[in-house]
Design a protein around this ligand. Structure first.
Ligand SMILES: [Zn+2]
Length: 187
C-alpha cells in the first residue's frame, strides 16, 4: 500500500489532518481524475506522479508543498507533430477554510479554499499542472527543429529571408539567423 492513510482509491485527502501530523502523500493519480487536464492532454497522458508534504505554518495554517508531474504528447502547430513533453509543477499551496482566511494571507501565495474536511487531490494540484502545460509541442515554436521535415510549414517573415536550411543546424544558428533578418528588415 502506498501513500497516506484513509485514501484508498478515492484520491480524497484530508489536508488538515495530514498537516497536523506532518505527513506526506505520494502516489500515482490517473489522469481521468482531472477533468480539465484530461480535456487538454486527452488519451496521450495516463497518470500524474504526485508528492505532497503537509505541515502547519507558524500561524497554524495548512500548507502543502511538493510536486506533480506527467508525460504527455503536445501537438506542435508548426510541424504538425505530436511531441512528448514533461509537465512539471512545483506545488506550494495553503489549504484554507474560508475566503476571508485567503484574503488575510500575504498576496502571492497560492491558496485553495476547502470547506469539507476531505478534498479530491485534483483540487489541490490541477491548476498548477494546467499553468505549466506546454503551449507548443516543440519547445520553441518559432525555431521548431522539425519544421523543414513536416508536412505543414507556415510562411513566416523569419523564413522569407532565409536561403539555406543548413543554417538551422543548431539553435544558435537559428537565433543568429533571426537577428540578421530582423536587422536587415527593420529599416
Ligand atoms: Zn514542431
Amino acid at each position: 500500500m502506498r501513500g497516506a492513510m484513509g485514501i484508498g482509491r478515492s484520491f480524497l485527502l484530508d489536508p488538515r489532518a495530514l498537516a497536523r501530523s506532518g505527513k506526506s502523500w505520494a502516489g500515482i493519480v490517473p489522469v481521468g481524475r482531472f477533468d480539465r487536464l484530461t480535456r487538454l492532454a486527452g488519451a496521450r497522458a495516463t497518470a500524474v506522479d504526485v508528492r505532497l508534504d503537509f505541515g502547519l505554518d507558524d500561524q497554524g495554517r495548512c500548507r502543502a508543498r511538493g510536486s506533480a508531474r506527467l508525460r504527455t504528447g503536445v501537438p506542435c502547430q508548426r510541424c504538425a507533430r505530436t511531441v512528448g513533453r514533461a509537465v512539471e509543477a512545483d506545488i506550494d499551496l495553503f489549504v484554507l477554510a474560508s475566503e476571508a482566511e485567503a484574503r488575510a494571507l500575504t498576496p502571492g501565495h497560492d491558496t485553495c479554499v476547502v470547506t469539507d474536511p476531505r478534498v479530491p487531490i485534483a483540487e489541490l494540484i490541477e491548476d498548477d499542472l494546467l499553468l505549466n502545460f506546454p503551449e507548443h509541442g516543440c519547445e520553441d515554436r518559432d525555431a521548431c527543429p522539425h519544421a523543414r521535415l513536416g508536412a505543414y510549414r507556415a510562411p513566416s517573415p523569419e523564413c522569407a529571408g532565409e536561403s539555406s536550411d543548413a543554417r538551422r543546424d543548431s539553435p544558435f544558428a537559428v537565433l543568429q539567423g533571426l537577428a540578421a533578418t530582423q536587422d536587415s528588415g527593420a529599416g
